[in-house]
Write a protein that binds this ligand. Structure first.
Ligand SMILES: C[S@@+](CC[C@H](N)C(=O)[O-])C[C@H]1O[C@@H](n2cnc3c(N)ncnc32)[C@H](O)[C@@H]1O
Length: 276
């Protein structure tokens, strides 16, 4: 099978994607997927060479559609409710009570899920907050979810989830907060809309600044797709976005100490959290 994307041009595409999104593609793992995508997309656009497609992507994409389509095609969006559950327990049992005491009641506590994929992570945060019940009764808490992929953000806003996505939620919690439909589990009206979802790229300084400051940032299972330099850049962006005393939580296979040394690591039972 010959594709418009040659192996030589794979390096050019990979470099472009890396520079714009931090996502690091390797020829042996990703060539075929990217080549198939470029063939399909070029066909749709009526372009008959990689050169024309690459020109459009770089120089004729004023509204960002081509870049968005490319991101939607290459990202890995695997997620489910209550994934790496210990961290949500540490959030409601340790982090939130500490922040509640420390931060003036007059302002909301703000939690960011970056990246949030189809919404299971920020809604797991909301479910833990409402199930725990105390702090959410005493003060405002805002939960924001961002992802570079616009299709996952659209899905997240619908609040409809698959059987696979809800499999790890305990039955009583599932029954309280979801309605089982023929094809989906729908978040209850009280909770649907409790997360502010936005399309944003963690490397876009402008977009990140507009989100404002946070007290907690969940960033799980994204840094694994980046190289060391990109991880460092994102970790420093999160540092700047956190209020003093705020926390970052990473995925189980990700360690802040290997990325930057500006955070103070704390171990709570088996969970590592990082404080500014
Ligand atoms: C595997 S999912 C992780 C979702 C969730 N945090 C979890 O752990 O279940 C990784 C997500 O990172 C997003 N992503 C990749 N690069 C990104 C970037 N530069 N900015 C924002 N999101 C990005 C992808 O679109 C994808 O939805």
């Amino acid at each position: 099978m010959t594709y418009l994307l040659s192996k030589e041009n794979f390096a050019k595409m990979a470099e472009f994607i890396y520079r714009k999104s931090g996502i690091f593609l390797e020829e042996d793992k990703h060539y075929e997927k990217l080549a198939k995508y470029i063939d399909k997309r070029s066909d749709f656009l009526g372009l008959d060479s990689f050169r024309k497609y690459f020109f459009k992507l770089r120089f004729d994409d004023k509204d960002g559609t081509e870049f968005q389509e490319l991101m939607n095609a290459i990202t890995v969006n695997e997620t489910y409710f209550f994934r790496e559950k210990d961290q949500f327990e540490v959030l409601v049992n340790k982090i939130m009570p500490e922040l509640h005491k420390m931060m003036p009641l007059s302002r909301p506590l703000r939690i960011l899920s970056a990246p949030c994929s189809t919404g299971e992570e920020p809604y797991s945060i909301v479910l833990h907050l409402v199930e725990e019940g105390r702090i959410i009764e005493m003060r405002d808490i805002e939960v924001v979810g961002i992802d570079i992929d616009s299709t996952v953000i659209q899905k997240a806003r619908q609040g409809k989830f698959t059987e696979r996505s809800v499999h790890a939620i305990p039955k009583d919690i599932l029954a309280r907060w979801f309605k089982k439909k023929t094809l989906s589990y729908d978040l209850s009206e009280e909770l649907n809309g409790a997360v502010d979802f936005q399309v944003a790229n963690v490397f876009d300084k402008n977009q990140m600044r507009k989100l404002g400051k946070f007290d907690v940032i969940f960033s799980r299972n994204m840094l694994i797709y980046f190289d060391d330099a990109s991880r460092k850049e994102v970790a420093m962006t999160f540092y700047d976005m956190l209020n003093p005393g705020g926390y970052v939580l990473l995925g189980h296979a990700e360690y802040m100490s290997r990325i930057v040394s500006v955070f103070k690591a704390k171990k709570i039972e088996n969970t590592l959290i990082y404080q500014k």
